[in-house]
Design a protein around this ligand. Structure first.
Ligand SMILES: [Zn+2]
Length: 284
C-alpha cells in the first residue's frame, strides 16, 4: 500500500523555523531516520517515501513567495471574545496561549507578495493556532485579502490548513463562511484568478467556504480533506465509507481537486497556472 493510502495520524514533529543542529526525526510513514537539517532542506518532505510533514504559515511564505517580496498586512486584526466563552478554559486565555506559541496574532497571515514576479494577494493559515480555526478575525483577514486582490487587480492565493469554524465564537464564526464566499463572488465577477491550496488538514467550515471556491484547487499529497469526520458521516448515512475517503487523492479522482502537487513543485505550478490565467498589465 503506498504511504498516501495509509491513514494519517498527524505529524511526528512540528518543525520549527530555526532548525537545531544534530537532531534526527523518524518518518511516520516509512520509518526512515532523517537528519532534521536535511529534512528542512527538502521542505519537510521525506526524501525516501515522499511523506509531507506539516509545516507552518511562515514556512509557506518562504516556500511560495519570491524572497523578500512579502509585505504582511492586517497584522493587528485579532480575535475578540464577544460571547465571553468558556469551555475548559477562557477563550481569551486560549487566544493568548496560541499567540505565544505561534508568535502570530491570528490563525492566518495575510499580505501581498510575488510568485515568480507575479504580484499576488496571499493568505497562509496556521494550524497550530487553535487548529487553524476560523473566527471573526480570521474571516475578516481573509475577506480583506480578497478585497485587496480586487483593489489592486491581482490574483489571490490562499493556503489553507484548518479544523473548521471556531466554536468559541459560535454563529459569528459560521457567518465568516458567507462573508468570505460573498467576497469571492465579487472577485470572480472581476475575472481575477483565485488559487486555493489545501494542506493537511483542510476541513469543515473552511473547506465548505473559501477553500473549495478556488478557480483552481491544488492539494498537497495525502492531505486530509472534507467537511465532517468519517464517523459522523458513517452514522448519518448508515453506510461503510470507501477506502481512502477524504484524502486529497480521493478528491482528485472525483473531480473536487484539480491538481495534487508535491511541496517542491508548488510554487512553480502556481506560477505556471497564474501565467495562463492572469494578464498582469492591469495590475496597479
Ligand atoms: Zn518516509
Amino acid at each position: 500500500m503506498p504511504w498516501f493510502r495509509k491513514k494519517r495520524t498527524g505529524p511526528i514533529i512540528q518543525p520549527a523555523r530555526d532548525v537545531p543542529d544534530g537532531l534526527w526525526a523518524k518518518c511516520e510513514a516509512c520509518g526512515e531516520i532523517l537528519y532534521i537539517k536535511e529534512l528542512a532542506r527538502a521542505l519537510w518532505v521525506c526524501p525516501k517515501c515522499g511523506y509531507h510533514f506539516r509545516i507552518g504559515a511562515r514556512d509557506y511564505v518562504d516556500i511560495l513567495l519570491d524572497e523578500g517580496s512579502f509585505e504582511e498586512l492586517d497584522v493587528s486584526v485579532r480575535s475578540a471574545d464577544p460571547l465571553t466563552f468558556f469551555d475548559s478554559k477562557n477563550y481569551t486565555d486560549r487566544i493568548k496561549a496560541a499567540q505565544e506559541k505561534t508568535e502570530l496574532n491570528e490563525a492566518v497571515i495575510c499580505g501581498i507578495g510575488e510568485i515568480e514576479s507575479i504580484p499576488v494577494s496571499c493568505s497562509f493559515m496556521e494550524f497550530r493556532f487553535i487548529g487553524g480555526s476560523m473566527g471573526s478575525a480570521l474571516g475578516e483577514k481573509i475577506t480583506r485579502a480578497i478585497e485587496r486582490a480586487l483593489e489592486r487587480q491581482i490574483p489571490l492565493v490562499i493556503v489553507s490548513a484548518s479544523g473548521g469554524a471556531r466554536m468559541q465564537e459560535s454563529i459569528l464564526s459560521l457567518m465568516q463562511m458567507a462573508k468570505t464566499s460573498t467576497a469571492l463572488t465579487r472577485l470572480a465577477d472581476a475575472k481575477l484568478p483565485f488559487i486555493s491550496v489545501l494542506t493537511h488538514p483542510t476541513t469543515a467550515g473552511v473547506m465548505a467556504s473559501y477553500a473549495s471556491l478556488g478557480d483552481i484547487i491544488i492539494a498537497e499529497p495525502a492531505a486530509l480533506l472534507g467537511f465532517a469526520g468519517p464517523r459522523v458521516i458513517q452514522q448519518t448515512i448508515g453506510q461503510e465509507l470507501p477506502e481512502g475517503f477524504q484524502s486529497a487523492e480521493f478528491f482528485l479522482e472525483h473531480g473536487f481537486v484539480d491538481l495534487i502537487s508535491v511541496r517542491g513543485e508548488l510554487k512553480n505550478n502556481i506560477a505556471t497556472l497564474l501565467g495562463y490565467m492572469y494578464e498582469p498589465t492591469s495590475a496597479k
